[in-house]
Design a protein around this ligand. Structure first.
Ligand code: SF4
Length: 361
């Protein structure tokens, strides 16, 4: 077993890796080679890194390690969406999802084990927060999925919409994005990354000052303070009006817009009045709206509106010149859809897991 006290290459940005190598008596430029092996080629065994000298490979094998989430289960949906259960070094499990939309495929990754935000329509929220992921565990999901799916050489998008609230684990999330953006690694441009948040305002203000800025998606889900407090409890701390005001001021590049996600719950937040209030609320914000008819699941006390209701809601928004997307749900048969990520315990057998998936719980 690898010694957990050794520096973990997966947790290091390239400049930190250069310092680590220097401390081991190696040259700094080897960091570039290591990044290429680990991120571009998906190789983590030092003895396979053939452009490193034999002595350096032996030193690395003795002195450092590369932690990598382990794929413990993989469920492929009829639409090609693939949900990966990944085991971390401490045995905890997270989920990451591959969505095979063309031309750009997308990885939906997690930032925490569970989530503290307790949104009323979300299975992950029901788990509570077990712990934050490290930067290496966040970036590691991308590395593992790209390797498993043979996409290391191809462009892909990343959405931080898996388990957890990214702005509740700010430092690790931003460090992971810097690691993923490294030109000697996967070189994922921040333009290809979308960070989705319920709106942790102090962290949102910090995000506004980041040199490496991902696209922003806000999980809005309601048009009144009361309803949002019911659906997204963090609204008690950071209210709807304050949140939308912060979005109005958020620095955006030319032509870019903030995506507002709105889960449609039958008879709860899907009325014509809600749609009209949403139009008013977003006045003056460079916004587009992503409507998400609920993915029903056992344990979630809401229903999915009819298609006619969804269409009517969308129509009111487009009549008022808002750009609207109605998200088709991906991977519902394997419970990989938004708000449905929850890890089954390692104690479950494959047969039990399958039964759980078929029952939708
Ligand atoms: S919707 Fe997102 S922020 Fe809310 S509980 Fe679920 S994972 Fe957490």
């Amino acid at each position: 077993m690898t010694d957990p006290a050794r520096p973990d290459v997966a947790e290091l940005e390239r400049v930190e890796l250069e310092q680590t190598l220097e401390a081991l008596g190696a040259r700094r430029f080897h960091a570039r080679q290591l990044f290429r092996w680990v991120y571009r080629k998906g190789v983590v065994e030092f003895d396979r890194m053939t452009d490193l000298g034999r002595t350096l490979r032996a030193t690395l094998a003795e002195q450092v390690r590369v932690s990598t989430p382990e794929v413990v289960a993989k469920d492929v949906s009829t639409d090609g969406t693939t949900k990966f259960a990944l085991a971390l070094g401490d045995g905890r499990r997270i989920e990451a999802v591959y969505i095979p939309d063309l031309p750009r495929q997308t990885f939906c990754i997690s930032t925490q084990v569970g989530c503290a935000m307790k949104c009323a329509f979300c299975l992950t929220g029901k788990m509570g927060l077990a712990r934050n992921l490290t930067a290496g565990e966040i970036a590691g999901q991308v590395r593992v999925l790209a390797r498993e799916l043979d996409l290391l050489e191809l462009p892909f998008n990343i959405v931080l919409m898996g388990m957890g609230e990214p702005l509740h684990n700010y430092d690790a999330t931003m460090k992971a994005l810097r690691i993923l953006a490294d030109e000697h690694g996967l070189a994922v441009s921040p333009r290809r990354v979308t960070l989705s948040t319920v709106g942790v305002l102090p962290a949102l203000e910090r995000l506004a000052t980041e040199p490496l800025m991902p696209n922003l998606a806000i999980s809005l889900h309601a048009t009144t303070e009361d309803m949002r407090e019911r659906l997204v409890p963090v609204n008690r701390k950071y209210g709807l009006k304050e949140l939308v005001d912060a979005c109005r001021k958020f620095p955006l590049k030319r032509r870019s817009r903030i995506t507002f996600e709105y889960v449609l719950l039958d008879g709860v937040n899907d009325t014509d009045d809600d749609a009209r209030r949403l139009v008013k609320l977003l006045a003056g914000v460079k916004a587009k709206v992503n409507l998400l008819p609920l993915n029903e699941a056992a344990g979630i006390p809401f229903g999915r509106p009819s298609d006619a209701r969804v269409d009517r809601f969308a129509q009111i928004l487009t009549d008022h010149h808002l750009t609207v997307m109605v998200r088709k749900s991906r991977g519902r048969d394997i419970r990989a859809a938004c708000g449905q990520l929850i890890v089954e315990g390692p104690e479950k057998s494959p047969a039990q897991r399958l039964a759980g998936l078929m029952n939708g719980n």
